[in-house]
Design a protein around this ligand. Structure first.
Ligand SMILES: CC(C)[C@H](C(=O)O)[C@@H](O)C(=O)O
Ligand code: SF4
Length: 768
């Protein structure tokens, strides 16, 4: 490609397997897998008799469902996990790991943890790679200059089968932050501030590059917190150009090339070129002066609802736009807050320090410095510290951080997602208010009726010891001259020595990749091309939904994600809105889908923007589809949700002309039918009058109209994938020899001996 390119352009270009003019097939270097979004993907592989193309580029763990209680008595997930559905997801993952011969860190392994923590920790995530996972916070890995994004379960299946993804180039967006951060301000505050500025749809359709002197000064941990939340700003991915701080971090990581080896030298040479060329074009540019960033907290139910800790709860009266005003009123009601209350006056009940945003060693050190020698406030019922991985836990214990937290009254837990979304037993009770270092404050996110305030680890620690949202800068003993929390507090070198030592028991040998021929028992072109019923014309009554920023937690809350099937989720659709609180599915007659004729609607029109934001859960389109909705018309959609609908034979239609949306909503309110004609790309009234034409990507239309499964289509191009892989081996050899799958060198794949160390024999092998 001629002309100056952005970092994103460069990584994208280097992974193009082929472009047929309609879409781009991109090679995926690294695939992380967890128990929630993978069962249906493995089931799909099985049904089509497909194998995993690159087990050596795939790394799996359990994180969302796992209890964070002591693992002293841990033997197997079947005996350890009490909750039946959670247990089934974890055992299903383990069965799939065995069957498809993948690398897995289970609960008896110190390397287990949140996928987005363990990938970087192991050096599985490397600069310039493409990284995917069935999880929206895959954006975290962009901190290394990787192109990393969340995908739905159908795409997980596609990557498992083909090691590629069909995609379209996103727009380039840049958020530049310059200058030194003020004392007490961390990278978490910077990203909350940035999302407050751009909104949760601000990055839709974009990959954000974070740059500027502030960003360059950050440690890798601080960078990861920022890229992690790029998805909360609507972007598919966040990226930061790799530099010496990145290379230092990677030294000694088990899966990174060995330092000083020719591979390391070649890799660093390549990595150094991964920066935006001067003059490269950005579609959107945002500038932030670090002086404007204060310790920041959220007040509402969307990550854009943020304010400086010195500020007040907003007053809906100050907003003219009726939709905005209603949104604020609704959020305040849910959060139990009065307008104009000073943020510092808000009392809390619980503290959660953890999640893939802020559970790394540096976060724990920073929080520990605040609580050291202090006690949890009397009104705080519970405070949990949940390290992001077993290795972080160990490291923190070696530094005595666990003692500091325990003495202050915080619980020191085992690694996992925990109360970030409460798929395990760690949840808020209704109306409980939590100071949380996580990334989402959606309604019901941490437990039905629970109230979340997002903030940095030091702010959460301060809230714990004061009992209310507190300004870290006013805390007794706060030392404004101390190194800011986002600077490494110990020498980088000593961290690496520790990493290497901690990992020495584990097998980190390199492996040769299997050749293309060995990989596909069923052959390249043999894949099924029959996916779902063709979508051509859809006619019926439209259901109107007058909401903005409908997140996928609202479309289907976490308690329904514990299924290993795609079907039967219709009952869960819009659970919190559709059913009366504290009842067993007693319908709320006010909710549109409980009213006639809308309960039979196949089409939904949403009048507010950004439908489907948040999590990558494909359960959201599955629930809509199971309810009967095949087409959604809205001003705009979040990227991952948009993709996921197509993969299920559904049609999302973005229409940015609000008057057209209102016209369709009016027809809906009057129980009129409309006709969505995909073939001619038209929406018509029941009398055949064209309301509007609409755009749809040609490739997606082709798949929908013909009911095609794109895995089968991609497999027809296997020769191109094999060609890409051999070029990759030559140019980026460090991407091959980094798997745990040394067994590949010894011959064909055998279904046995996945490295799952048993409890009490950490580092040992478990023969299944
Ligand atoms: C379960 C998973 C699909 C989800 C995500 O995609 O983000 C979860 O990690 C979350 O944070 O809501
Ligand atoms: S956001 Fe929360 S639930 Fe999702 S991966 Fe991160 S820690 Fe887990």
């Amino acid at each position: 490609m001629a002309g100056p390119r952005t970092l994103y352009d460069k990584v994208f270009d280097d992974h193009v397997v082929f472009n047929d003019g309609k879409s781009t097939t991109l090679y995926i270097d690294r695939h992380l897998v967890h128990e929630v979004t993978s069962p249906q993907a493995f089931e799909g592989l099985r049904n089509a008799n497909r194998s995993v193309r690159r087990p050596d580029c795939t790394l799996a763990t359990v994180d969302h469902n796992v209890p964070t209680s002591s693992r002293k008595s841990y033997k197997t997930v079947s005996t350890f996990i009490e909750e039946e559905d959670s247990r089934l997801q974890c055992t299903t993952l383990e069965d799939n790991i065995k069957a498809f011969n993948l690398t897995y860190f289970g609960l008896g392994d110190d390397r287990q943890g949140i996928v987005h923590v363990i990938g970087p920790e192991q050096g599985f995530t490397l600069p310039g790679t493409t990284v995917v996972c069935g999880d929206s916070h895959t954006s975290t890995h962009g901190a290394f200059g990787a192109l990393a994004f969340g995908i739905g379960t159908s795409e997980v299946e596609h990557v498992l089968a083909t090691q590629t993804i069909i995609t379209k180039k996103s727009k380039n967006m840049k958020i530049q932050i310059d200058g030194p951060l003020q004392p007490g301000v961390t990278s978490k505050d910077a990203i909350l501030h940035a999302i407050g500025k751009i909104g949760t749809a601000g990055g839709n359709g974009c990959v954000i590059e974070f740059c500027g002197s502030t960003v360059r000064s950050w440690s890798m941990e601080a960078r990861m917190s920022v890229c992690n939340m790029a998805i909360e700003g609507g972007a598919r991915a966040g990226m930061i150009a790799p530099d010496d701080i990145t290379f230092e971090y990677l030294k000694g990581k088990p899966l990174a090339p060995k330092v000083d080896s020719p591979e390391w030298e070649a890799a660093v040479r390549y990595w150094k070129g991964l920066k935006t060329d001067p003059g490269a074009h950005f579609d959107i540019e945002v500038y932030i002066d670090s002086k404007d960033i204060a310790p920041t907290v959220s007040w509402g139910t969307s990550p854009q609802d943020v304010v400086a800790i010195s500020g007040k709860v907003p007053d809906p009266k100050d907003y003219e736009d009726p939709v905005k005003r209603a949104g604020i009123e609704r959020a305040l009601e849910y959060m139990g807050l009065e307008p104009n209350t000073p943020m510092e006056d808000i009392q809390i009940d619980k503290v959660f320090i953890g999640s893939c945003t802020n559970s790394r060693i540096e976060d724990l050190r920073a929080a520990a410095r605040i609580v050291k020698g202090k006690k949890l406030a009397a009104n705080v019922k519970r405070a949990m510290v949940v390290p992001g991985s077993g290795l972080i836990k160990k490291k923190a214990e070696a530094e005595g951080l666990d003692q500091i937290f325990s003495e202050a009254g915080f619980e020191w837990r085992e690694a996992g997602c925990s109360m970030c979304l409460g798929m395990n037993p760690d949840i808020l009770s209704p109306k409980e208010r939590c100071a949380s270092t996580s990334n989402r404050n959606f309604e019901g996110r941490q437990g039905a009726g629970g109230r979340t305030h997002l903030m940095s680890p030091v702010m959460a620690a301060a809230a714990g010891i004061t009992g209310h949202l507190a300004d870290i800068r006013k805390l007794d003993g706060f030392d404004a001259s101390a190194a800011p929390p986002d600077k490494p507090q110990v020498s980088v070198g000593s961290d690496h020595e520790q990493d290497a030592a901690t990992n020495q028991d584990y097998d980190d040998k390199t492996s040769d990749i299997p050749t293309g021929e060995n990989l596909h028992a069923e052959g390249g072109a043999g894949g099924s091309a029959a996916g779902f019923p063709p979508f051509t014309v859809l006619k019926g009554v439209v259901a109107p939904l007058a909401r903005a920023n409908v997140d996928t937690d609202a479309i289907i809350p976490k308690q329904y994600l514990k299924t290993i099937k795609r079907t039967g989720l219709g009952v869960a659709l819009f659970d919190q809105w559709r059913y009366l609180p504290n009842t067993d599915h007693v319908e709320n007659p006010e909710f549109v889908l409980n009213q006639q004729p809308y309960r039979n609607s196949k089409i939904l029109v949403v009048t507010g923007p950004n439908f489907g934001c948040g999590s990558s859960r494909e359960h959201a389109p599955w629930a809509l589809l199971d309810f009967g909705i095949k087409c959604i018309i809205a001003p705009s959609f979040a990227d991952i949700f948009f993709n996921n609908t197509f993969k299920n034979g559904m049609l999302p239609i973005p229409i940015d002309d609000q008057s057209i949306i209102e016209r369709i909503a009016d027809l809906a309110a009057n129980n009129k039918e409309i006709e969505v004609d995909l073939v001619n790309q038209e929406i018509k009234t029941e009398d055949g009058e064209i309301i509007t034409k609409f755009e749809v990507e040609e490739f997606r239309k082709h798949c929908l109209v013909n009911g095609l499964d794109d895995i089968g289509l991609t497999m027809q191009h296997e020769d191109k994938i094999v060609r890409y892989e051999s070029k990759r081996s030559e140019i980026y050899p460090w991407l091959e020899g980094t798997g745990y799958m040394a067994k590949y060198r010894k011959g064909p794949v055998k279904i046995e001996a996945v490295k799952v160390p048993q409890a009490g024999r950490r580092g040992g092998k478990l023969d299944w």
